[in-house]
Design a protein around this ligand. Sequence first.
Ligand SMILES: [Zn+2]
Length: 494
Amino acid sequence: MATLADSALAPRVRLLPRGLPGELPRLPRVNAVDLLQRTALQLADAELVVDLGDHIGSGRWWRGLATLTALVAAGLALGSNIPVLPAAGPAPLAPALQAEGRSAGIGPLALGSPMVRQAAPSPLARRLAEAPERPRIELSATVGSGGLESALRRSGVGRADLDALQQVIRGGAGLRGVMPGTSVNIVLGRRETKAVPRPLEFLSFRAAFDTKMEVRRGADGALQAKAIPIRIDDTPLRVTGLVGTSLERSARAAGLPPRIVSEYLRQLGYAMDVSREIGRRDRFEIIVAHKRAETGETQMGELLYAGLLNGRSNVSLMRWGNKGEFFWQTGEGVRKGLIRTPVAGARLSSGFGMRFHPVLRYSRMHQGVDFAAATGTPILASAGGSIVFAGWGGGYGNVVVIDHGKGMRTRYAHMHRINVRNGQRVEQGQNIGQVGSTGLSTGPHLHYEVWQNGKPVDPRSVKLFGGTQQLGGADLKRFKAEMARLKGLPGAGA
Ligand SMILES: [Zn+2]
């Protein structure tokens, strides 16, 4: 009968302590978990945490107060005796190591940082009286408005050396002839003390476009100058191109400076009517004196040749002689002719001959030509001469008459302002007044007449008159050979 019940009861039986033989059997052991649970419940019921604001004076309140007092007292009693635990710190550095570390560290100099200062010198180091100087100094200076001497003085060349230089550089214009902007290479040597300037050892500069000057201190201690010639290619520059919309703009675009272009237009103005006779398909040909140094610098000189190819009446003028006058290829001087357009940039509005007069309202001979231009535009004397009339001329308004000699006179009418006096001498191209609309005139314009031996002539038909220079003989031969040489130069431009 014990089969099933025994097997079911077996574990319980085994839990029982096996008492020693002869001892009383103990009570069965209480379960540990049950005991804890029971104690916790009892403690919760005991209400250790009492609200001291509630039921003041009750037994429960007094118990709560006592608990709190006991806890505080226990805390104070324990806490006051706990020692402070120090954190682990770095080991202190030796003073020498500390100084070395400071010198390697980075910090503001204002706070006394010894940045970049080296470690303390060894006892072998000796302190110098003053910092040593470099044995020589190589400088380059630029000549300013004060000239070469001032540039050298600023670079530290002494008075004695400057005086010696003046003696040595005799060629050319000496120290004073050096152009501002020239760069100068200077080498200064070793000196005895800091109280004296360093001696000049070497000096080189561009003394002129074709000369380089070198000054060295010789073995005897004296300065020696040597002029070194720079090779120059002086082949003139020949520029050609299409006139296009503006001759001036096209010539400037071809690389010619404004002074050359205006000189070209001025010379052309003696030969033709620049305002009317130039077309956009015409070609200009300008030859300018030009120097190119082997060191690369270039220098543009004066206008040598002024040409215009229009297929009808080509202009070909070349500078000849000491006065810088321009001559036609035939050897005729160009300047003695009349300026074709005595008003710069004006338009021919009425030609020479019979016409219906707009103010008088009948046909009559127009004894000159009219140039339309704005009031105030300058009027130029078309040739040199003396003023024989300057004042009010009735229907002509303000009028000026110039006698050019040899039976030639020009008249300028309807002027707004007169700048010359009766009897005064004027040069070709001189400003004699301003365009206006005085007298019998419908609008601002210059009425311009040319008289030859007491008769009015068409200004456009007058090519030259007395006094014109004409080259001849061997001079003309040389002139023509030179013009052929210039025109044979390879051209630049479009
Ligand atoms: Zn007129």
